[in-house]
Design a binder for this molecule. Structure first.
Ligand code: FES
Length: 235
C-alpha cells in the first residue's frame, strides 16, 4: 500500500494511499474529514498541490498464487480494490470482503462489480449485507475455502482478527499497519512500532501477518503526534 504525501501550502501535508494505479496515472481517494481535506475539496481541476512519494511497501502477489481473500474495512478498501484489479488481470480468483459502518460508506462496490467480483458485505447497522462484523464473514470464508494468501487493510482490530484467523488455518497473510507519519521516508522515527522498531513508512506499511503478530503493539495501541501511546478500543 504505497502512500503519497500531499501538500497544500500554508495548510498542511497528509499521507494518502494509492487507490488507482494505472502505470502512467495514479489515483487517490480522498474523504472530507478535516481541515486539510476540506481545503482540498475547494480546489478545482488544474489547481496545483504538492505530491511527494510514493513511499513504503505495497501488497504483493507472489508467483503461483491462485486464490486470495481480501478483507477491507472503511477506507482500507481503497488499496485492496487496486490489488483486486491486479489479481484479476493475472487470472487469480478473488474473494472480497467489504465492511463499513453503513451502506453509504461502502467503498468501490461498482468498481468491484466491474471486475466481476461479488463482494461479501457486512455493515454495522445491517443497511447492506450482513449486520455485524466483516471479520465474521472472513472467518467463515477461511473455514470453507483454501486461500494462498489473505490481505487486509482497515481498522487495526479488524486486521488483527483477520491475520489471526488466517494463521489459524495456516494461510499466509499481508496487512497494512497505519501509523502516524511525519517525514514519510524513514528519518524521524514517528512511525516505528514495538517491538522491532521497524518504520511503517519505509519497511511498512504492508508487512506479513506473521511479522505483525510478533509485534506487541499490533492491535493494542498506536502513537499520536506527540509520541504518546493510545490504545485501540475493542468492539
Ligand atoms: S514517518 Fe518518519 S521515520 Fe516514518
Amino acid at each position: 500500500m504505497l502512500q503519497n504525501r500531499n501538500w497544500i501550502p500554508r495548510v498542511d501535508e497528509k499521507p494518502f494511499s494509492i487507490a488507482y494505479d494505472e502505470h502512467s496515472r495514479l489515483g487517490l481517494s480522498v474523504a472530507k474529514v478535516g481541515r486539510f481535506t476540506e481545503k482540498l475539496f475547494e480546489y478545482n481541476k488544474g489547481d496545483l498541490v504538492g505530491i511527494r512519494g510514493p513511499y513504503g511497501s505495497t501488497f504483493t502477489l507472489p508467483d503461483g498464487v491462485k486464490r486470495i481473500l481480501l478483507v477491507g474495512g472503511g477506507y482500507g478498501v481503497a488499496p485492496l480494490a487496486t490489488l483486486a484489479s491486479q489479481a484479476i488481470v493475472r487470472g487469480i480468483t478473488v474473494d472480497f470482503c467489504n465492511g463499513a459502518r453503513t451502506k453509504s460508506q461502502l467503498l468501490f462496490m461498482d468498481r468491484l462489480k466491474a471486475l466481476d467480483i461479488s463482494p461479501h458485505v457486512a455493515t454495522d447497522d445491517g443497511s447492506e449485507g450482513r449486520k455485524g462484523f466483516i471479520t465474521d464473514v472472513a472467518k467463515e470464508l477461511l473455514e470453507t475455502n483454501s486461500y494462498d494468501c489473505a490481505y487486509t487493510c482497515g481498522p487495526e482490530l479488524m486486521e488483527q482478527k483477520v491475520v489471526d484467523a488466517a494463521a489459524g488455518k495456516g494461510t499466509a497473510s499481508q496487512v497494512s499497519i497505519e501509523r502516524y507519519m511525519k517525514c514519510g521516508f524513514g528519518i524521524c522515527g514517528a512511525c516505528c512500532i514495538d517491538d522491532s522498531g521497524k518504520r511503517m513508512c519505509t519497511e511498512g506499511p504492508v508487512v506479513s501477518g506473521e511479522f505483525a503478530r510478533t509485534q506487541s503493539e499490533f492491535g493494542r495501541f498506536h502513537r499520536v503526534a506527540s509520541g504518546h501511546k493510545v490504545p485501540f478500543n475493542a468492539h
